[in-house]
Write a protein that binds this ligand. Sequence first.
Ligand code: GDP
Ligand code: MG
Length: 200
Amino acid sequence: MINKKEQTLVIIKPDGVQRGLIGEIIKRYEKSGLKLTGLKIVIPTNKLIESHYLVDLNWKTKVGEKSIEAYKKKGLISPSENPIEIGDRVLNNLKKYLTSGPIIAMVWEGMNAIAIIRKITGGTEPLVSDVGTIRGDLTIDSYEVADSDGRAVRNLIHASGSAEESEKEIALWFNKNEILSYRLVSESILYDVNLDGILE
Ligand code: GDP
Ligand code: MG
């Protein structure tokens, strides 16, 4: 059964807040038809960032493998061939990046919310993220520059990667009573089987 109330966690990272892109970013998600059910501005702690990325026990390996692959694809040499070592380094850099100032944490809800939000957000590395996506249109960073400067790739957004990730991440960032249950009038046109309330 397709979950028409799928939830996903989105974070506007400190670069998005500092560059005055909060409104532009929310506008892009809002126009999709998904519903905003939770929203807050916070300065996260190191502990929260570590728990957040380690909700997926394989995250370090996956991040490392993705990074090595991105270097290969461009014909460049990765600074390390060991995925876990890369994962450790990226996590340390992410702590510095994400605790450097306020961030916006949001919950978006609706049919295919996780995949739709990832599509609008774009791929991890802004240099090659698709045009039309938030990361592809609104910023400029690359693995190569970020790694050689010893910092995390600044790509404006975090968005949950799977249902398992989103469930654990939302529980970390939000109390149950901070996520609202309500109806948007526009939902009829997205979800109702019979469009029989339109004509007078
Ligand atoms: P996402 O799900 O697209 O955000 O990507 P990941 O979960 O794989 O990585 C988390 C975050 O770590 C990314 O959004 C980047 O900010 C950063 N990051 C990932 N891989 C690398 C890397 O190889 N080098 C550097 N410097 N930063 C990285
Ligand atoms: Mg991720």
